[in-house]
Write a protein that binds this ligand. Structure first.
Ligand code: SAH
Ligand code: SF4
Length: 422
């Protein structure tokens, strides 16, 4: 298993060095099986001596109980023999990562601050945020793929937090499980009475990889996690209800189409390279033209499976009506939806959100050109849960401390504690 440590280069574009994470699964005396894929569960069972001929059947049983039923103890697995349940309990847990806090916005949006189990003796446990956005008929869960982000988009709060590490596949899936636990989203469970939960069969009906981090810089873990989330015998979300948002890691886009197969969203935000270089510095590496070429070639693209282009509305920066017309021109020929996102402010930002009149005019230009152009209603702003407002206090492990950690030398106090911006 690998995770990443990052350093920034002078041009603001990330550099990632892969390092080996110390633990194969969530650390702890007994590892948790929560969030693991079928193959890893099989490997774990083999490790405790489950015979090869039983593996497939045992994995199916566990899969059903863990992901479909959401049980938190092996004792609840009624079709598993008592003896096997005892062996499982002796070797593993089904523990969830810790919920440090749950905040509920006045509009019903919920935000969880989640602490992952420590990866080693000197790791405090990385903290990330996940956000649940309920509507009357559906509920969207926004999950994180990294702790912080190596990219430095100038309008994004997460971008001010340097990357600590990639999340493992299990940690990404665990966010979904925690949300479903809290929302009573397993068979027979009770829905909460506070906040808002949609009047629908599933409380979590959609997932967006739009929390902290750039999912295509954590490709393998995101791919494996989404395979678990979309597996028809478990969490079972259709791939049309899972959307991966990228700031434009062009070389990974075809791979994402082939190996993940979810819906795709592109954080475009500007129609000229000079401006996009400033807003999304990754554009210096992968300019607009290359990005749109990758979109045109996205596997499975059709009018029924459109790419969403996200466009944050920044007052006086990218919101002129000629920008709107250019946007329409650029996207010609690509089955697309355009999602206008009112800028969500955060402490210390230099940007302002465009005023509503301008957002409506901008949206009209796009609408008249034949595109749906929903404006994303800001949700959960009062609890800093809206797009681009997520940031945890976990700061990058200093390189020297990391080295000491890897070498097993004591490294007390290796985290630089965040500046307390929340
Ligand atoms: N790293 C990925 C996914 C996470 S960001 C990406 O950049 O696409 C999810 C979306 O929120 C992106 O479109 C991002 O550009 C947008 N965003 C970031 N900061 C924002 C802010 N302050 N207000 C509104 N949207 C923001
Ligand atoms: Fe990272 Fe996305 Fe924020 Fe850019 S917008 S800094 S890629 S999380």
């Amino acid at each position: 298993m690998t995770s990443s440590i990052a350093a920034r280069s002078a041009d603001g574009i990330e550099k990632i060095a892969e390092i080996v994470a110390p633990a194969p699964v969530m650390a702890g005396e007994r590892p948790s099986l929560l969030g693991l894929g079928r193959q890893t569960i099989a490997d774990e069972l083999r490790r405790i001596g489950v015979p090869e001929r039983e593996l497939k059947m045992r994995v199916s049983q566990l899969w059903h109980w863990i992901y479909h039923r959401g049980v938190t103890s092996f004792d609840a697995m009624l079709n598993v023999s008592k003896d096997m349940r005892a062996r499982l309990s002796a070797a593993f847990t089904l523990d969830r990562p810790e919920i440090v806090s749950e905040q509920i916005s006045v509009d019903g949006t919920r935000k969880w601050l989640i602490r992952m189990p420590p990866m080693g003796a000197h790791d405090k446990g990385a903290e990330i945020e996940a956000v649940y956005i309920p509507e009357s008929d559906r509920g969207t869960l926004c999950i994180s793929s990294q702790v912080g982000c190596t990219l430095t988009c100038s309008f994004c709060h997460t971008g001010t937090q340097r990357l600590v590490r990639n999340l493992t596949a299990a940690e990404i899936v665990a966010q979904v499980m925690i949300a479903r636990d809290r929302l009573g989203d397993f068979p027979g469970a009770t829905r909460p009475t506070d906040g808002l939960v949609p009047d629908a069969e599933r409380a979590v009906s959609n997932i967006v990889l739009m929390g902290m981090g750039e999912p295509l810089y954590n490709f393998d873990h995101v791919r494996d996690a989404m395979a678990t989330v979309m597996d028809g015998d478990g969490i079972s979300l259709s791939r049309r209800r899972v959307t991966l948002s990228t700031s434009g890691v062009v070389p990974m886009i075809p791979k994402a189409g082939d190996e993940i197969g979810s819906m795709l969203a592109i954080s475009l935000h500007a129609v000229r390279d000079d401006l996009r270089n400033e807003l999304v510095p990754l554009n210096k590496k992968y300019p607009i033209r290359d990005l749109l070429d990758a979109c045109r070639a996205y596997p499975g693209l059709s009018n029924a499976r459109r790419i969403t282009f996200e466009y944050v509305m920044l007052d006086g920066i990218n919101d002129s009506l000629s920008d709107a017309r250019e946007l329409v021109r650029l996207l010609k020929g690509i089955p697309a939806k355009i999602n206008l996102i009112p800028f969500n402010p955060w402490p210390g930002t230099k940007y302002k959100c465009s005023d509503w009149g301008r957002i409506e005019e901008f949206s009209d230009v796009i609408f008249r050109a034949g595109y749906a152009s929903p404006v994303r209603t800001p949700r959960g702003r009062d609890i800093l849960a809206a797009c681009g407002q997520l940031k945890s206090e976990t700061e990058k492990l200093r390189a020297r401390a990391r080295l000491m950690l890897e070498e097993g030398i004591g490294a007390e106090g290796v985290y630089a504690v965040g500046a307390g911006e929340k």
